[in-house]
Design a protein around this ligand. Sequence first.
Ligand code: ZN
Length: 110
Amino acid sequence: MKMWRCSVCGYVHFGDVPPEKCPKCGAPAEKFVEIEKEKAALIERSAFTNGLLMELYTLLAKAAEVSARGEADNLDPGCVGIFKKAQADSQVLRRMIMAEVETHIGKGKW
Ligand SMILES: [Zn+2]
């Protein structure tokens, strides 16, 4: 399938022809440029992984939220230690995901 990038805002359209107007910024069809096959394949290949990274990011944010509630509950030092570690590790992993996604975007893998 062909891919078209809006030269105004970067929105990517999947289809045989560009859309009449960009759903994101309203630019007309003439503003769309077809993405080369090689780059289109890269976008398609990385879409699944990017989706997984976003899903993992959401789960890690939820883990941090649950852990904050556990820390506040403060049953005993063992539990508090686990909840604190979970929050810290979650934050590191979320920042790693953000950096990885930024790298993907920079390489056109988005
Ligand atoms: Zn646009």
